[in-house]
Design a protein around this ligand. Structure first.
Ligand code: GLY
Length: 373
């Protein structure tokens, strides 16, 4: 790493700290989802309540890098606001919520009360398991499996390990195998959703909520898959999960556009205008960059490690440029511009989104900390 990007990454993180600082001062105890015209607080619907852990996750990352008490205090306070969600049966996102809030808090303190919240959250998530199909169902219904859940299932592996619960571990393993079988295609691309016959558990077909078409490649789903399978490989050591993560990474590397930041769906017609055509999703880029940094350390191939690391750094270099980072966009409240939440519902299109900001901060923090040791 040369000195110039190191400085730019640190500057981007300092800008991110400033944006979060402003948010918590102007809108205390508010958890953002997506901006409208660059502003976090608005009347737009959130579709589902899943983003609280991204604000806390940024705060924990800021604390990890700076050691400043203000970030620890804010991280603890905002994490505590999520406590009630440990029994939330309405979402499949308890991993997003608790792995980025109570887990870093518990790891720092060893406080048993925090561990109890994590155990309950895992138990709640585990109740989404559909025996017949072998998957944790999405918030859309009992017959629906989302690729996004791969980023939440690590909570189950964590709880299963903490409590020696082999049944919960089997639930988590089965979910991952079902996802790999039906949502990850032979070329490494992914479907957003799978539908199942509830009575028999038979797989009925691929579908989508946020992508272009059932058979298209929604960019963020592919990023969730790559990072999610990398995480579950780290927690299980199962070679199949590394193979799936690497298969998805290969698709990713082979299909990125020139600036390495994906369009919102790899099958979008780029001759057409946004939102259905040439619209970037910088949040997918940020997720993938953070996942590729981990995958570079996991792969057994030196050649792959270099390719993953180089691509992650190229994505981050683009995302900290003024084209994507909002540091030269006065009045913009988010950190990363040009993300997409939900195209079909016209929510957060070409805006900032909470997870885009979080995964950018996470990836930059990984690089900066690695280079400072
Ligand atoms: N619900 C997860 C996503 O929008 O990517």
């Amino acid at each position: 790493m040369t000195d110039v990007p190191a400085k730019r990454y640190t500057e981007a993180l300092q800008f991110a700290e400033g944006q979060v600082d402003s948010l918590v001062i102007v809108h205390p105890d508010f958890f953002p989802c997506y901006t409208v015209d660059g502003k976090w607080r608005h009347e737009g619907e959130s579709w589902t309540e899943w983003t609280g852990g991204f604000l806390t996750g940024m705060m924990w990352n800021f604390f990890q890098r700076t050691g400043q008490d203000v970030w620890r205090d804010r991280a603890e306070h905002y994490s505590s606001l999520l406590e009630l969600r440990q029994v939330d049966r309405n979402v499949h996102d308890l991993g997003f919520l608790f792995l980025n809030s109570y887990l870093p808090w518990y790891e720092r303190t060893g406080d048993e009360a925090l561990r109890a919240v994590l155990l309950q959250a895992g138990k709640t998530l585990g109740k989404r398991f559909i025996e017949t199909g072998g998957y944790l169902c999405s918030f859309m219904g009992l017959d629906s499996l989302f690729i996004d859940i791969m980023m939440n299932v690590p909570l189950l592996f964590w709880v299963a390990k903490e409590t020696n619960d082999n049944q919960l571990r089997d639930v988590a393993l089965t979910h991952c195998r079902t996802t790999a079988k039906w949502l990850v295609r032979p070329d490494g691309s992914t479907a957003h959703e799978g539908k199942f016959d509830l009575a028999s558990g038979q797989f009925l077909g691929q579908s989508t909520q946020q992508g272009l078409r059932p058979e298209s490649v929604w960019a963020r789903g592919t990023a969730w898959s790559m990072y999610g399978f990398s995480k579950v490989y780290a927690m299980t050591g199962e070679p199949t999960f590394l193979e799936v993560a690497e298969r998805t990474a290969r698709f990713w590397l082979e299909n990125l556009p020139e600036d390495r930041v994906p369009y919102w769906d790899f099958d979008a017609d780029l001759s057409k205008p946004p939102p259905w055509g040439a619209q970037k999703d910088s949040s997918a880029g940020a997720i993938a960059a953070s996942g590729l940094l981990d995958l570079a350390d996991q792969t057994e191939s030196q050649e792959h490690a270099i390719a993953y690391h180089t691509t992650a750094r190229a994505i981050l270099d683009a995302l900290v440029s003024p084209d994507y980072l909002a540091d030269q966009t006065p009045g913009w409240e988010g950190i990363l511009k040009h993300a997409v939440y939900h195209t079909a519902k016209n929510l957060g299109v070409d805006e900032s989104v909470a997870w885009g900001d979080f995964f950018l901060v996470e990836a930059l923090t990984k690089v900066v900390l690695k280079n400072s040791t």
